[in-house]
Structures are given as C-alpha cells and as structure tokens.
Design a protein around this ligand. Structure first.
Ligand SMILES: CC1(C)C(=O)N([C@H]2C=Cc3c(O)cccc32)c2nc(Nc3ccccc3)ncc21
Length: 324
C-alpha cells in the first residue's frame, strides 16, 4: 500500500501523516483547508479489493451514513474515483483504548463505568436502528481529545432482522461469542452483548477473560464459559460480567437489563450531547448554514446534500463546523 501513489492533498484536505494501515486501506490524518479541523481519511485502492471486499467497503459506508451518535465516529464525506475511494471521517486523537490500557494499566471501576456507559449508549443506538457492529473489541474503541469513546470500524457490521438469522463468522476470536465459535446462526444483538462483556472485563482487569495459544485452545476456553475473577474486581462488576458472558444467548442480558444493573446504576451516564446538529428532527442547524453563507457557500446545495445524504464537500464543511 502507498507505493502506488503519493498524496499531499485530497479534495479540500491536506494530508499530514499516516495513522493506520490495513490490508486494503491506509488511514491518514488530514486537515480541512477551510475549517482547519483534523479529519481521518481512509484511502482505499480499489484494484487491491476483490468484489467481496469492495461490497464490504460499500456496506460499511452505507451503514456509517445512517449513524449520527456522539460516541460513534462520524462520517463526513466520501469521494470515489475510478480506482480510489476516500472515506473522510472524524479523527479520534487519543487512539485506541487498547493502547491506553496497555500504557496505563486497568481502569478504576468508576472510569470503566463512564466509558462503558458511552459504549453501551452507542451500541443501543445501533441496535435500535437494526444494525449490529459484530467486531467490538478494545482496538476499535477509540478516544477523542477529551477521553470520550468513539466507536470505529463498521467493516463487519450488518443490518439484522429480529425474525431472521445471520451466520457469518465475524470479529476477533477473544471477543467472539460461543455460538459464533460453534458456527451456529444468531440474530445479531446477542453477539455484540457477549463482546461488550469481554470489553468490560478488559477495561476493569486490563487482560482478556478468554485467551489461548491456539484458536482451538481459545475456543475450548470460551465454550467452557469459565474465566478468572481477579481479587480487585467488585462483586457488582463480577455479577454484571457474569450476566453478559452467558453461554446461552437466550439467557444473556439485553442492553435494557445491563442499563438497569446495580453496578451500572452506581453512577449515572455522562454522555456527550447528540450532535445531530438540530432538534433531532434532522433539520439542519441554521447557525451553521448562516456561517457557511457568510463564507460564500450557498445554502441550497448544503441543505440538499444533508437531506439526501450526499456526503460531499458541502456535508463535510457543515459537519466539521458542527463538531467544531
Ligand atoms: C477513520 C478511522 C475511524 C479509522 O479507520 N482509524 C484507524 C486508524 C488507526 C486505527 C486503529 O489503530 C484502530 C481502529 C481504527 C483505526 C482511525 N483512527 C483514528 N484515530 C487514531 C489515532 C491514533 C492511533 C490510532 C487511531 N481516528 C479515526 C479513525
């Protein structure tokens, strides 16, 4: 990757440096020349993708277009040419919570609870829109400059129907639900709940509940449903984790039950306000429209771009001022 091109500018963005590299994409930190705000741009060379992975990229973009939540990475703009796709989105400047824990060790239960409330609120928002993430893990939980959670990487996400089943093997093995290891069909939300149980364990313990030197050893550990509770974990936290890491998906806690659990209720959620930029009725924020007009940007195309979710330059400037 990266040998095929050398980019200084993409659209209205100045590329600054690389922040990540996948097998089909590179992610670069960039800055919008007009708003001066930092963004992250996922740069994909289409020729490197087979049809399945190209379909996956388009599904990830389609799903991100549906999501507008303070604890989910916001999509700003999509630019596609014959051989490249540029996905411009919110930049979480403090990186992975995984790296934060690797550096600072496990969190206090109070800090873990605050982060978990933000994660839970974002996943509840997705499930209410019939979207499952399917790859929740500490590496995909990013942190912004104020240490707020920003969920990334909807590459494995999908729509689900409560009356139908999905079967694709998704996610990272230490976070995968037992029924996924067994190749069973699943509805969707219940496998995110299992991963959330693993995430909460990682936040509080700084280590994985299930691990193994081989995939088979890990599988056996997960299917046994047994994991160690360290001496420092409170009984409340243990009780909640044991209700999420339940082998039987029908007996596993739902998000509603998690929110009402005593350990969660010890401290009320402190979520960022939803930046829907309006009263939630998807009306654009008139101050931003006015500000853009003062810059010589006609409000017509901006309103149309927001209404029809074009995710073009107009949307990008609007969202960047909104998140400012
Ligand atoms: C566009 C988007 C959502 C994305 O695809 N990535 C990549 C890139 C690195 C990486 C990772 O290490 C883990 C997950 C996602 C990613 C992003 N990384 C960041 N911040 C960051 C900052 C310092 C270190 C790591 C990540 N903000 C937004 C994104």
């Amino acid at each position: 990757m990266g040998d095929g091109y050398c980019l200084e500018k993409v659209g209205f963005y100045n590329i600054e440096r690389r922040i990540g590299k996948g097998n089909f994409a590179e992610v670069k930190l960039a800055r919008h020349r007009l708003t001066r705000t930092e963004v992250a741009i996922k740069i994909i060379e289409k020729r490197r993708l087979d049809s399945m992975n190209l379909k996956k990229v388009h599904r990830e973009v389609d799903i991100m277009k549906q999501l507008d939540h303070p604890h989910i990475i916001k999509l700003y703009q999509v630019m596609e040419s014959n051989d490249m796709i540029f996905i411009v989105s919110e930049y979480a400047s403090r990186g992975e919570i995984f790296d934060y824990i690797a550096k600072h060790g496990r969190m206090s239960e109070s800090t873990a609870r605050r982060k978990f409330w933000q994660i839970l609120s974002a996943i509840e928002y997705c499930h209410n829109r019939r979207i499952v993430h399917r790859d929740l893990k500490a590496e995909n939980l990013l942190l912004d400059s104020n240490m707020n959670i920003k969920i990334a990487d909807f590459g494995f996400s999908n729509y689900y129907n409560p009356n139908e089943f999905l079967s694709t093997w998704c996610g990272s093995p230490p976070y995968a639900a037992p029924e996924v290891f067994e190749g069973k069909k699943y509805v969707g939300p219940e496998i995110d709940i299992w991963s959330l149980g693993v995430v909460l364990y990682v936040l509080v313990c700084g280590s994985l509940p299930f691990d193994g030197n081989t995939l088979h050893a890990l599988r056996d550990r997960v299917l046994s449903g047994r994991f160690r509770i360290p001496y420092f974990m409170s009984t409340g936290c243990e009780s909640l984790i044991r209700k999420m890491l339940v082998l039987d998906p029908h007996k596993r806690y739902t998000i509603e039950q998690i929110k009402r659990h005593s350990w969660m209720m010890q401290e009320a959620p402190r979520l960022l306000p939803s930046t829907g930029g309006s009263d939630g009725k998807n009306e654009p924020n008139e101050q931003i429209i006015h500000l853009m007009q003062n810059m010589g940007i006609d409000s017509g195309p901006v309103r149309e771009s927001l209404r029809y979710k074009y995710y073009d330059h107009y949307s990008a400037i609007y969202y960047l001022f909104l998140d400012y």
